[in-house]
Design a protein around this ligand. Structure first.
Ligand code: C2E
Ligand code: CA
Ligand code: CA
Ligand code: CA
Length: 278
């Protein structure tokens, strides 16, 4: 028992070491990464397959690291959250997204551009100021900006969080509940928070053609959303069969690799220019 205890400690210790090294690297590099332009905005379309229009896009952040290559957000956002650096990234993304949306609008492309906000923002009101400032300096009308929140928003101090979400709504920004269906008590949040959109988590979509349970849940969510007058965006749509099925249950705002994976601006724009409804 003593031996295995020792081994467990060793494994634990090694993991901790790796993690704290990684964390230090992230903390040291992140500030300069933003200054150096290594943090990049990727865009993934959200398509309305009923009106055959591109409704908008989601901004997904990437870190083009000089040593480690292109890093997905799961590799640095959690560390940025722990070290308090996530607002730095999110404010940068918010401003970039507003600038981009305004540029597209001036070119005649009316796209709702949505950003992801960490749940940590909802412990104070700073994010409201950041959103207001980004709209002000770019001149973007607020209805072209969306924010995607998860239930994590409400974990810390829900009174304040509810107020902050309300203030974002009052700015005229569209609010989506992300990853819907995977959390604890989303139903209650739908009642207490002013959402415009729920995003069906991609774990449902992956089972939608084969799992009767995922089909029933998805249809239930569609009915619920309809009765609450919420739009539904299905994420993680990878095939035309999934897209057809979703459209058949009245879910027509779709996002996923079937249309386009997240891409840098230039590639997203050429996709836009050549997009034909399926
Ligand atoms: P999310 O908001 O749930 O984003 C959806 C994820 O699904 C993205 O992963 C996207 O690339 C991926 N995805 C899109 N279509 C498909 C598909 O058809 N199939 C599959 N299997 N996956 C698909 P990504 O880009 O790695 O982002 C991961 C998470 O990182 C996001 O999850 C979001 O929570 C977070 N994130 C991304 N950008 C930001 C940001 O600027 N700020 C913050 N705070 N978080 C961010
Ligand atoms: Ca999202
Ligand atoms: Ca999601
Ligand atoms: Ca997610």
């Amino acid at each position: 028992a003593k031996e295995s205890g020792k081994n467990q400690y060793k494994i634990f210790h090694t993991d901790m070491e790796a993690t704290s090294k990684h964390r230090l690297m992230v903390q040291n590099d992140l500030r300069s990464a933003i200054k150096q332009g290594e943090i990049q905005l990727y865009y993934q379309p959200q398509v309305n397959v009923r009106s055959h229009e591109v409704y908008g896009c989601e901004v997904l952040v990437r870190w083009r690291h000089p040593k480690h290559g292109l890093l997905a957000p799961d590799l640095f956002i959690p560390h940025a959250e722990e070290s308090g650096l996530v607002p730095l990234i999110d404010y940068y993304v918010i401003e970039g997204a507003c600038r981009q949306a305004k540029e597209w609008l001036d070119e005649g492309l009316d796209l709702v551009v949505s950003v992801n906000l960490s749940g940590l923002h909802f412990r104070d009101r700073k994010v409201v100021d950041a959103l207001r400032r980004a709209l002000d300096i770019t001149g973007l009308p607020p209805n072209y900006l969306g924010v995607e929140l998860t239930e994590a928003v409400l974990i810390s101090d829900s009174e304040l969080a509810i107020q902050v979400v309300g203030e974002i709504k009052d700015l005229g920004i569209k609010i989506s509940l992300d990853d819907f269906g995977v959390g604890y008590s989303s139903l209650n949040y739908l009642r207490t928070l002013p959402f415009d959109v729920v995003k069906l988590d991609k774990s449902f979509i992956s089972g939608i053609l084969t799992s009767p349970q995922d089909q029933r849940l998805t249809e239930g969510i569609m009915n619920l959303a309809a009765s609450l007058q919420l739009d539904v965006v299905a994420e993680g749509v990878e095939s035309s069969e999934q897209a057809d099925y979703l459209q058949g249950i009245n879910c027509y705002l779709l996002q996923g690799y079937f249309f386009l994976p997240p891409r840098p601006k230039a590639e997203f724009e050429s996709w836009l220019a050549s997009w034909q409804p399926p």
